[in-house]
Write a protein that binds this ligand. Sequence first.
Ligand SMILES: C[S@@+](CC[C@H](N)C(=O)[O-])C[C@H]1O[C@@H](n2cnc3c(N)ncnc32)[C@H](O)[C@@H]1O
Ligand SMILES: Nc1nc2[nH]cc(C(=O)O)c2c(=O)[nH]1
Ligand code: SF4
Ligand SMILES: [Mg+2]
Length: 193
Amino acid sequence: MEEFYTIQGEGFNSGKAAYFIRLGGCDVGCHWCDVKESWDADLHPLTPIDEIVSNATKYPGKAVVVTGGEPLLYNLDALTKKLKEAGIATFIETSGAYPLSGYWDWICLSPKKFKAPRKDIAPSANELKVIVFNKSDFKWAEEYAELVSPNCKLYLQPEWSKSAEMIPLIIDYVMNNPKWEISLQTHKYLNIP
Ligand SMILES: C[S@@+](CC[C@H](N)C(=O)[O-])C[C@H]1O[C@@H](n2cnc3c(N)ncnc32)[C@H](O)[C@@H]1O
Ligand SMILES: Nc1nc2[nH]cc(C(=O)O)c2c(=O)[nH]1
Ligand code: SF4
Ligand SMILES: [Mg+2]
């Protein structure tokens, strides 16, 4: 759908320069999704893998974030193999609703109530990033924290439109449950893509 060089705004790799590869297509249906224009894959022409890899190598930051849409709708083995051969670290943002493919240096799992992640993906996650839209999401987040590996980083990220309401609750929750950390969508505050 689009490619752009920016700063990873969210989660563990927040603040790092990275080339974003946004793949079109998603049927998870989060009503608060901030990239709804990605949902219909047919609106976005295909780009050859070699072109994407060549574009990614042009920038000084040697990391890519593969996102979407839901990137795991596609088998990502060929793309990530070539990126890694080109010396680029591979990070993914996924809901986990489709089978895991690809070779990854960092897997961010952001589970959704609207289409549950596949049970086999949680142990592979390096980072669990739960979006907090209302206060019932804390209990739901804990259910996923049980499924990830012991060294998986745990983040609570406010849903953007509910930030003013949810941030105070998240602050309170993290102070009382310090295994969790706050993730903010810092790119939105910085006005960058
Ligand atoms: C647009 S999604 C694409 C990748 C994948 N479909 C997923 O949901 O993980 C990228 C990240 O943005 C988060 N996100 C999407 N809409 C958001 C919103 N309104 N507020 C906060 N985070 C949001 C998702 O949870 C995910 O972690
Ligand atoms: N700067 C920046 N950081 C991001 N982290 C995750 C994003 C995404 O949409 O997947 C995103 C994005 O769209 N922009
Ligand atoms: S899974 Fe990701 S891309 Fe799909 S609707 Fe939800 S936030 Fe948007
Ligand atoms: Mg985004």
